[in-house]
Design a protein around this ligand. Structure first.
Ligand code: ADP
Length: 199
């Protein structure tokens, strides 16, 4: 059973790789960023709150985010495992996630960290701004998001490393190469199916 967290700075490719790994492991990829964006698109109250923070490159308050993830992990499809993309992002969220899983009598099986240098990240995000038109990919906001990551989320690498859960993977290279590295890092946790299945 895979209960995974995918960690890494904005632009490291978490979303892309989470979807591929999810297909391969047959578990849902749960992206807090995607859930927030869906709420913004649908004009929900959650979306209205989240948009304000997202457009500024800041984190949505933990109370909002934690409740949303708690709901999502309680859905039946997450009972057989999951890949969390973009959560936890603060040490408070780490504690909340621990509690949620403990209540369900489970725990994380591994934390995958995607690494990439800042120049490459800024380049990718700037390209994405052109391609997808995400309002938080505007230039100043990209920089803020990198700073917020370094300050609030980078410390989680040490937290999970201390627990013996961390597996760091180089996020530079082709999408297929990075997927292969992640699968290799999972070792016995990943089925030996061909990469073509990962979609
Ligand atoms: P990226 O990893 O490229 O920053 P995401 O789609 O994961 O993109 O997140 C976009 C935005 O959604 C973040 O900048 C933040 O405002 C909000 N967000 C996503 N996940 C969280 C979280 N766990 N806690 C707080 N805010 C979050």
């Amino acid at each position: 059973m895979s209960r995974l967290v995918l960690l890494g700075p904005p632009g490291a490719g978490k979303g892309t790789q989470a979807k591929r790994l999810a297909a391969r492991l047959d578990v849902p990829a749960i992206s807090t960023g995607d859930i927030f964006r869906a709420n913004v698109a649908q004009g929900t109250e959650l979306g209205t709150t989240a948009k304000e923070y997202m457009d500024a490159g800041k984190y949505v308050p933990d109370t909002v985010t934690n409740a949303m993830v708690r709901d999502r992990l309680a859905q039946p499809d997450a009972a057989g495992g999951f890949i969390l993309d973009g959560y936890p992002r603060t040490t408070d969220q780490v504690r909340e996630l621990d509690d949620m899983l403990a209540e369900a009598g489970t725990a994380l099986t591994a934390v995958l960290e995607l690494t990439a240098d800042t120049d490459e990240l800024v380049r990718r995000l700037t390209l994405r701004a052109g391609a997808e038109g995400r309002s938080d990919d505007a230039e100043g906001v990209v920089r803020t998001r990198q700073e917020v990551y370094l300050e609030q989320t980078a410390p989680l690498v040490q937290v999970y490393s201390d627990r013996g859960l961390l597996r760091s993977v180089d996020g530079l290279g082709s999408i297929d190469d990075v997927t292969s590295r992640l699968v290799a890092a999972l070792g016995d946790d990943a089925p030996a199916a061909g990469l073509a299945d990962a979609g």
